[in-house]
Design a protein around this ligand. Structure first.
Ligand code: SAM
Length: 252
C-alpha cells in the first residue's frame, strides 16, 4: 500500500492521520452508517446518555470531526432543558479537531441545521488551545486511537476540565469476545477496506483505521491510563460484544 501500514513510525502517525481524514471527510458520515449498519448511532446515544448534558454547561468534544457528538449533545440538553425556551439550549459546545477539512464539513452541517452556537476550533488533542479548568465535560468519540501520544491527550483532558468535570471516551476496542473474533476480523480486514474503497475511493485509509483498532490498548489498560492522568471514579463499559468500549472518569 502507499502508506506502508506495518512499518509506519509513530512520528509519521500525525501526517498519516491527517491524510486519511482529508481524504474521507466529505463521505465520512455516510461511511459511518454503512460500515456499522447504523449501529454507531446507538454507541453515540449511549455516550450521550452517560454524559447527561445540561443547559448552562460547557462541553468540549475533541476529535469531533463533522460534529456528530455536538449535535446529539445539544439535542439532549434541549430535551432535558427549560421548555419555556426550547430553541435556546444554553449548552455551549466546542468541537475541536486537528483536521480543517472535517471541521469544514461539520460547520456546513451546523449551518444547514441552524445550530449556529457550536464553535469549531482547529487544534491538537495533545496540546489543546484552551485555558485550564474551562469545561464541565470532555468527550472524545472514535478519536483517541488516532492520537500519537494518548497519555498527553488524557493529561490535556484533565487540565481543561473544571473540578467536578466529566470525561468520556468512546472507542473501538481490540477486546471483542472470542466467539465473534473470526467473523469480526474477516469483516474488518476484508469488507471494510473494500467498502471504503467503493464509497470514498480510498481503500488504504480504511485499512489504516482497522489497523489502528488492533493497536489500541485493551479496556483495562486504557482505564489505568485514564487513572494515571489524574481522573477518579474511572469506569468502563463494553458494548456490542466488546467491539466498542465507553470509558468515563471525573476530575475531582
Ligand atoms: N468524533 C467524530 C465521530 O465520532 O463521528 C469523528 C471521529 S473520526 C473517526 C476521528 C477524528 O479524529 C478525525 O476527525 C481526525 O481528524 C481527528 N483527530 C485525529 N488526531 C487528532 C488529534 N491529535 N487531535 C485532534 N483531533 C484528531
Amino acid at each position: 500500500t502507499h502508506f506502508g501500514f506495518s512499518t509506519v513510525a509513530e512520528t509519521d502517525k500525525a501526517g498519516l492521520v491527517r491524510q486519511v481524514f482529508d481524504s474521507v471527510a466529505g463521505r465520512y458520515d455516510l461511511m459511518n452508517d454503512v460500515m456499522s449498519a447504523g449501529v454507531h448511532r446507538l454507541w453515540k446515544a449511549s455516550l450521550i446518555d452517560s454524559l447527561r448534558p445540561r443547559t448552562g454547561e460547557r462541553l468540549l468534544d475533541v476529535a469531533g470531526g463533522t460534529g456528530d457528538i455536538a449535535f446529539r449533545a445539544m439535542a439532549a440538553a434541549r430535551r432535558a432543558g427549560d421548555n419555556r425556551q426550547p430553541h435556546r439550549p444554553d449548552l455551549r459546545v466546542t468541537v475541536c479537531d486537528i483536521n480543517a477539512e472535517m471541521l469544514r464539513v461539520g460547520a456546513a452541517r451546523a449551518e444547514s441545521r441552524g445550530c449556529g452556537d457550536i464553535d469549531f476550533v482547529c487544534g491538537d488533542a495533545e496540546a489543546l488551545p484552551f485555558p485550564d479548568r474551562s469545561f464541565d465535560a470532555y468527550t472524545i468519540a472514535f478519536g483517541i486511537r488516532n492520537v500519537t501520544r494518548i497519555d498527553a491527550a488524557l493529561e490535556e483532558a484533565f487540565r481543561v476540565l473544571k473540578p467536578g468535570g466529566r470525561f468520556f471516551c468512546l472507542e473501538f476496542s481490540p477486546a471483542v469476545v472470542p466467539a465473534l473474533k473470526a467473523a469480526y476480523d474477516r469483516y474488518s480486514f476484508s469488507v471494510i477496506p473494500r467498502l471504503g474503497g467503493w464509497i470514498t475511493g480510498d481503500r488504504d485509509s480504511y485499512r489504516y483505521l482497522v489497523e489502528s483498532i488492533r493497536r489500541f490498548p485493551a479496556p483495562e489498560r486504557f482505564a489505568a491510563m485514564i487513572g494515571a492522568a489524574g481522573f477518579d471514579r474511572v469506569k468502563v463499559r463494553g458494548m456490542s460484544m466488546g467491539v466498542v468500549a465507553l470509558h468515563g472518569g471525573v476530575r475531582l
